[in-house]
Design a protein around this ligand. Sequence first.
Ligand SMILES: *[C@@H]1O[C@H](CO)[C@@H](O)[C@H](O)[C@H]1NC(C)=O
Ligand SMILES: *[C@@H]1O[C@H](CO)[C@@H](O)[C@H](O)[C@H]1NC(C)=O
Ligand SMILES: *[C@@H]1O[C@H](CO)[C@@H](O)[C@H](O)[C@H]1NC(C)=O
Ligand SMILES: *[C@@H]1O[C@H](CO)[C@@H](O)[C@H](O)[C@H]1NC(C)=O
Ligand SMILES: *[C@@H]1O[C@H](CO)[C@@H](O)[C@H](O)[C@H]1NC(C)=O
Length: 259
Amino acid sequence: MFSSKMLKYSIFVLVLVFSWLNVMAETNVDLGQKVTSLEEQCGFFCFSPLNFLLRFLSSWEEKMIHTEHPPTSCRAFGYSSEIHVIHVPGLHPFAVPCDSQMAGPGWTVVMRKIDCCTDSFSKNWSEYKQGFGEINGTFFIGLEKLHLMTEASPQELYLYANESGKEFFGKWFDFRLGNEDDGFNLKSITHLNGTIYDYFQGQVNVTFSTYDRENYVDEYYRPAYVNHGGWWYSQSNTDSPTRLYYYREFVQMMIRDQT
Ligand SMILES: *[C@@H]1O[C@H](CO)[C@@H](O)[C@H](O)[C@H]1NC(C)=O
Ligand SMILES: *[C@@H]1O[C@H](CO)[C@@H](O)[C@H](O)[C@H]1NC(C)=O
Ligand SMILES: *[C@@H]1O[C@H](CO)[C@@H](O)[C@H](O)[C@H]1NC(C)=O
Ligand SMILES: *[C@@H]1O[C@H](CO)[C@@H](O)[C@H](O)[C@H]1NC(C)=O
Ligand SMILES: *[C@@H]1O[C@H](CO)[C@@H](O)[C@H](O)[C@H]1NC(C)=O
């Protein structure tokens, strides 16, 4: 008697769960969200074993779907030029603009300047470390993120500038940054080709400079201060794409996992 009652109840529960999962699969709605919205409407249901089962399933689903294969870069989004959330090891998930129009699919935009003659890159060390600006406009992603993104996977780098309608680009590969203890130094970078000036030449192991932390060797010349922008300045290069240009309408730097 008792066991047949239990059996009926179990079958009832299973049928409910499977029809629920079907609805999930069709509508592609987050299971956790559904359970939460159901809880808001329910009374007795909230304390039933069914609810515990659904809670368990939803946490399991979250583990399987959301953390097992998380997109670690824009590579995963292919031909998209939208803003997406990525999960870089060592960081909380964060939103980045992806770009597939400038140089093929899968690029992550890490720096963009579309405000031309505004002094928007004259920022201090902690601002460059954290990142600044609006990701849908003029912004820098931040050195900490760049360091961990380049640690996670070897990166190629693309730089684009538009000067009074003339377009320039450059491509590099093996882009890798050290951590803050190493001054976010350039661990490696190799020029491939392009029409833009090579802002990375001879700069392997050169640390980052900002106006409040000039790491350039000559104490009488302060490139980050003079240029109104932070960069990896060295004796072989004191110029940067973050510099205040009065004739550059558009500058964009992007990285992509090397295949
Ligand atoms: C860096 O700039 C930010 C924003 O202006 C400011 O809040 C912060 O105190 C500055 N940090 C240092 C170390 O100067
Ligand atoms: C970026 O988004 C903010 C907030 O949604 C908006 O105010 C701003 O105009 C946007 N900027 C650009 C360049 O689209
Ligand atoms: C480059 O500048 C020209 C002239 O201002 C403009 O027509 C073109 O759309 C720009 N290209 C990009 C990618 O911004
Ligand atoms: C730069 O190199 C890439 C890869 O070899 C090639 O596809 C591209 O056409 C080159 N661009 C120029 C301007 O040489
Ligand atoms: C690279 O830079 C680090 C930190 O500034 C320094 O300790 C190290 O000696 C440098 N290595 C080379 C090969 O220059």
